[in-house]
Write a protein that binds this ligand. Structure first.
Ligand code: SF4
Length: 955
């Protein structure tokens, strides 16, 4: 029978150290393995006994050191002044920070490898001095160029190189001075602490009566190797390896380290006489490989297989549950998996050991929106906020909960009025929202503001009545602590934090932070990352995301030291990284009874959609009969049945458009155009009353474009007043008094409540000004004329047959401009779309089957009819002329705004034409009102892609 590595270790301890556990220091690659070992030890005895001391490697080494491990940010702060002294220049800490992390990582690697830093850097400088750039990878070259390019963007590559070479010159001094400073201040990073302990031989101070057991190690840094070997030589330590015969074969990537230690004269003898051969004896029928077309369905399929497993075994079997692990090499699968937990496990303990990355939590998205909000503050002198961060914040669950009513109201106003900016006063109506919607000072002031907002939103979750509330409070508290530490560390190092730096540091630190789930780690189903599995064994394994690029993950940690130098000096490279993960994976499989492996064929986000080479190798070498089981998704798309709206269902709404006891709701020419375009769309908009979704347009979109043109022309002629004469000279004079662009800006301000920035948004504003200019050029050519009316609304009643009787309906139209010249009254409509002025006959304007029916012409003809009907005396003896200023043709030479019917220009709306239009109108309204005919969708789907109801009409 196969025994777990830790169980076997516990058995050995009972056999060889019974009653002397207190004399043992047991060192594991991570602390978690120690917890499982202690459980095995506890299970093996009925009487109380001292437990051995369990440590991680870094804890073991730190006990011999007088250096305190320092926070990485503090180390960056400490490195900066030394760097400035050695490389005088203008680099701010902000610019230096990203590189400080790379330098620190390299220093750490150098110390872990006990490498001679001076040699490494001088060696590298010599190579660079020879300009042998081929030795650097493209990525390293671009990292280096970016490094100096970010400081001196105007400098050419030679400048970068120059600076680069001098940088390499100071790196040894930087390393030396930094090390001395840290040793003096009694702080350090992991590598420095380990190296100083190893170099000073302090680890040999292990008390006489103590024995150190190093258990479950595979990859050892030079420092660790040195310490372990020395202690073994002195007879103070033993090593327990977890190794399989299969890994010792020369071609095995996973066995790189084990083969090295086996050959070592000190470590070799610590291997067991009999090395287990578990992998090659594994039964192939107990391996199941599932191939899925999409990443996220892996979690669902794993959940389904788990459900099946527990349905068979019974969840009440705690032992079975605790012996089952779901391993997620890709942390983004955590939430999908938790949401797919089998129903059978709902009441069971599920132990998540990998933690939640803070960047996927709501608190991170809130901080993101807060920072965005503060950026818009500066530019607008703290009285207005850009709608985007305001919308993001008001929709955020933490903020919405503070005052749902006010947040809803403000959001509605933003959407309905297409507001680009929201006033601070409006948002500050609520005392709590006032804390959020204020402009903070920069730097540390911004830090305090964020802390204040976090404190505010956290109050909602303090009661912690539900698991979700407790979790939310945990996210917020952790974030606060991190932010407080960051501000405290900066203050301690006397570094002034700018707004940019604060944002950079905060994003960087929070992105790395994971929030551990708390709970009883030894019970229940285990959900873990690959590294958390070290030294542990499970009977049932479910391993997801077994794809190249995930296992092994691409290791692209930036470094200033190229591959070949890292390799030559024993610093870790990608080769070691892959070998380490191969070992974790193979080791985990050794003792499992049932293995469920999942991968996806989807290529997204840099993932390759290929099976991990680790699995491929196993299939080739040991499991030739295991074939991937392909799961296909049912590709049948859910379809929405086409709507079948019946007139009788909406009859009450329809009758509201008739004088039915109350005065009828008026119909506009554009409503009639909608009826002709699509009856379903008409029903949604005018009968059922479903509003099309409003999208706030940040840029001046086409509808706003037309609106601005109307507004500018209207206000331009309003300055004349009705009845006034317009001449070429007066137009020019007005344009001199106030240029068109300023008029457009004023119109935009009136509409959105804010003066637009003349940056990215200014092009459409210039275009509106240009269009209005052209309309005025046309007016100048037509002048002199008299303004009769601007933005006038008229209506008329029409009796429409309804069954055996008639019903009265009302048509209403809003006319942009009416002007007069020499007995010609123009009814003018401005159009900014693709409209033209030509049509064939009046009946075809009212026929939905007409190809490219001229909607604009129908509209202006109806306006002209409305005007003529309502101003009979005024038009008596004059010509009423329907006219369009359509942008498509406005620029054509000799532009004439009149419509043309067939080959003839429409010089005036004749009586016969008016009667014809009225008749067509009557027929059309009769069709709207009649009981026959469905409210059906368009036959031809052209235009459906722009329809706001496309999602619900079933088309
Ligand atoms: S999507 Fe097409 S068919 Fe449906 S309501 Fe809109 S225009 Fe009519």
């Amino acid at each position: 029978m196969t025994i777990d590595f830790l169980q076997e270790l516990a058995n050995t301890l009972y056999r060889e150290y019974s009653g002397r556990f207190h004399q043992l220091q047991i060192v594991f690659p991570n602390r978690r393995a120690g917890l499982f070992l202690l459980r095995h030890l506890a299970n093996g005895t009925q009487t109380p006994a001292w437990a051995p001391q369990v440590l991680s490697m870094s804890e073991f080494l730190e006990q011999f050191s007088d250096l305190k491990r320092a926070d990485n940010l503090l180390l960056c702060f400490k490195l900066y002044p030394i760097y400035k002294e050695l490389m005088p220049g203008h680099e701010t800490f902000d610019q230096f920070y990203a590189w400080a992390e790379i330098i620190l990582r390299d220093f750490n690697n150098l110390d872990q490898a006990c490498a001679d830093a001076e040699k490494v850097f001088y060696h590298l400088k010599d190579i660079k001095a020879l300009e042998n750039d081929d030795l650097l990878s493209d990525k390293q070259k671009s990292v280096i160029q970016e490094f100096y390019g970010s400081f001196h963007e105007h400098k050419a590559l030679s400048g970068h190189k120059e600076r680069f070479l001098s940088f390499w010159e100071v790196l040894p001094q930087l390393y030396k001075a930094f090390r001395e400073k840290l040793l003096q201040e009694k702080v350090g990073y992991t590598g420095l602490i380990a190296r100083s302990v190893a170099e000073e031989g302090r680890y040999l101070d292990v008390p006489e009566d103590k024995t150190v057991l190093f258990c479950g190690f595979n990859d050892l840094s030079k420092v660790e190797e040195k310490v372990i070997k020395q202690l073994v030589r002195k007879g103070k330590a033993r090593v327990f390896w977890d190794v399989d015969v299969h890994l010792l074969k020369p071609e095995q990537e996973a066995g790189v380290y084990m083969r090295r230690w086996l050959k070592d004269e000190v470590l070799g003898p610590t291997f067991p006489q009999q090395i287990p051969d578990l992998l090659s004896q594994k039964l192939q029928e107990n391996i199941q490989l599932t191939e899925l077309p999409l990443e996220h369905v892996q979690a669902r399929e794993a959940g389904r297989q788990l459900q099946e497993h527990f349905a068979e075994k019974g969840v009440s079997d705690d032992q079975e549950l605790t012996r089952t692990a779901v391993v997620l090499p890709d942390e983004s699968q955590l939430f999908p998996f938790l949401y797919q937990l089998p129903a059978a496990l709902e009441d069971s303990t599920v132990n998540v050991t990998m933690g939640i990355p803070l960047r996927v939590t709501p608190v991170y998205s809130m901080l993101d929106a807060l920072l965005e909000l503060q950026k818009t503050c500066d530019k607008l002198e703290a009285t207005l906020f850009h709608y985007k961060p305001v919308t993001n914040l008001l929709r955020h669950p933490y903020v919405r909960g503070l005052n749902p009513e006010l947040t809803y109201r403000v959001l509605q106003e933003i959407e309905q009025n297409s507001k680009s900016y929201v006033s601070k006063a409006e948002l500050q109506e609520d005392a709590q929202l006032a804390v959020i919607f204020q402009c903070s000072a920069s730097g540390t002031g911004l830090g305090r503001y964020l802390l204040e907002v976090l404190e505010l939103v956290n109050r909602q979750f303090r009661s912690g009545q539900t698991a979700q509330q407790t979790l939310e409070e945990e996210y917020i508290s952790r974030t606060r602590t991190q932010l407080e530490n960051m501000l405290g560390t900066a203050a301690e190092a006397d570094i002034e934090i700018s707004t940019d730096l604060l944002e950079k540091l905060m994003r960087h630190l929070l992105q790395q932070l994971t929030i551990p789930f708390t709970g009883e780690p030894l019970q229940g189903l285990q959900v873990m990352g690959m590294l958390e599995t070290r030294c542990l064994d499970f009977d049932n394994l479910y391993i997801l995301s077994l794809n190249e690029g995930v296992l092994p993950a691409a290791s692209d940690e930036p470094s200033l030291i190229p591959y070949f130098i890292r390799s030559a000096y024993g610093l870790p490279t990608t080769d070691e990284h892959d070998a380490i993960y191969a070992y974790h994976f193979y080791r985990l499989l050794q003792r499992a009874k049932k293995v469920h492996l999942f991968y996806s064929t989807n290529r997204t986000g840099g993932k390759q959609g290929e099976l991990s080479r680790f699995v491929r190798q196993l299939l080739y070498e040991l499991w030739p009969d295991v074939k991937p089981r392909q799961i296909h998704l049912n590709a049948k798309l859910a379809t929405t049945a086409a709507l079948d709206l019946k007139k009788e269902e909406v009859l009450p709404a329809l009758l509201k458009y008739t004088d039915n006891g109350e005065q009828a709701i008026t119909l506009s020419p554009s409503a009639l155009n909608t009826w002709l375009h699509c009856r379903t769309q008409f029903a949604f908009r005018y009968l059922i009353g479903i509003k099309e979704p409003d999208e706030v347009q940040e840029d001046v979109d086409s509808s706003v474009f037309g609106l601005l043109m109307h507004q500018v022309l209207q206000s331009f002629y309003e300055e004349y007043g009705e009845g006034a004469e317009v001449t070429k000279e007066s137009i020019e004079q007005k344009l001199d008094e106030l240029p068109l662009l300023q008029r457009v800006i004023a119109a935009h301000q009136k509409k959105s409540g804010v003066v637009p920035f003349l940056g990215r948004n200014s092009l459409p504003l210039h275009m509106v000004a240009e269009m209005v200019k052209q309309a005025l050029e046309v007016d100048k050519a037509y002048s002199p004329f008299r303004i009769v009316g601007l933005e006038k609304t008229y209506d008329m009643v029409i009796d429409v047959p309804y069954g055996d009787t008639t019903r009265t309906m009302r048509l209403k139209g809003h006319i942009d401009r009416i002007d007069e010249k020499n007995g010609e009254i123009r009814v003018l409509d401005y159009k900014t779309g693709k409209d033209t002025r030509a049509f064939k006959t009046i009946p075809e304007l009212f026929d939905r089957e007409t190809k490219d029916r001229n909607k604009a012409a129908m509209q202006v003809l109806l306006y002209s009819l409305l005007y003529a009907q309502n101003n009979k005396e005024m038009v008596d003896g004059k010509n009423v002329v329907p006219t369009l200023y359509n942008s498509k043709e406005l620029y054509s030479k000799g532009f004439d705004a009149k419509l043309s019917e067939g080959d003839d220009k429409l010089l005036s709306l004749t009586e016969a034409q008016s009667e014809e239009i009225e008749q067509q109108l009557k027929n059309l309204l009769g069709e709207v009102l009649s009981a026959d005919g469905a409210l059906d969708q368009r036959k031809d789907t052209t235009g459906c892609e722009y329809c706001g109801y496309a999602g619900i009409c079933g088309r």
